[in-house]
Write a protein that binds this ligand. Sequence first.
Ligand code: NAP
Length: 275
Amino acid sequence: MTEKGPTPERPLVLVGAGKMGGALLAGWLDGGIPPDAIVVVEPSPAGDTARLLAEAGIATHASPPPDLTAGVVVLAIKPQIMGDALPALKSLVGPETTVLSIAAGTTLANLESGLGPAAIVRSIPNTPAQVGRGVTAAVANSRVGDGARGVVTQLLEAVGAVAWVEEEAMIDAVTAVSGSGPAYVFLFAECLTQAAVEAGLPRDVAERFARATVEGAGELLFRSELSPAELRKNVTSPNGTTAAALAVLMADDGLQPLVTRAVAAAKRRSEELSG
Ligand SMILES: NC(=O)c1ccc[n+]([C@@H]2O[C@H](COP(=O)([O-])OP(=O)(O)OC[C@H]3O[C@@H](n4cnc5c(N)ncnc54)[C@H](OP(=O)(O)O)[C@@H]3O)[C@@H](O)[C@H]2O)c1
């Protein structure tokens, strides 16, 4: 790929078109990357992604086509199979190729040992990427120049916001916050549902109201320039109902120590997996 974008001669090669690879692919096509500049390596395309690939006429291969050098290789396969898959992917990587991995827990060193000397970016997106509202942190090895950083930023921005970090160790903390974070919010919706049932609402009504509350609050946060604390204060009248609930949630043994412990546990697990 040139710094201007992928071309049929130096294509963008997506390895693994599952949930996250499929989301990236949809974002790239929406963003105007020409389908003939994209090659997909995926043994079993499924669902919406299979339809998208067929509609766009994108070449899809069960294994890397021989004699193809990529502009950018995007690794969107599971971390567990990365070690076994890398030797067969080496042929895609030339001196001008940038490799972008989105695999959780696979370090730059792991990728370098499987691919040899190459410009490699390790990134960690999150599931809201599936609706174009992800947030991705990225870290580059020393072979990645400014041009390649720009290209990778554009590719990742197709599914949301991007932030570069300079130290790879920060990826474990980012994984614990934004990578795993959507699950914390979904769990909150589940807990709010259960609390609503225990407060006397029928389960279907409880599910509807809890879900709509999390959706609406997230959207308000997205659209507002106010901080989360300001938004919270704006809906809290002194001595009112919200204040009564927040006195519980903000107590010394309330939500903060629980979330802090949860994020620390996720960070530790990320460190173990990358170890
Ligand atoms: N989902 C997330 O929220 C999230 C967030 C951050 C990072 N990630 C990272 O994104 C990566 C992909 O996750 P995912 O949730 O999208 O997984 P996924 O849905 O399982 O997608 C992986 C795809 O790769 C295919 N595949 C397996 N072996 C392959 C090979 N040798 N060459 C090419 N394709 C191959 C799989 O096919 P089969 O199903 O036939 O095996 C599957 O379609 C993971 O490394 C994960 O850590 C995901």
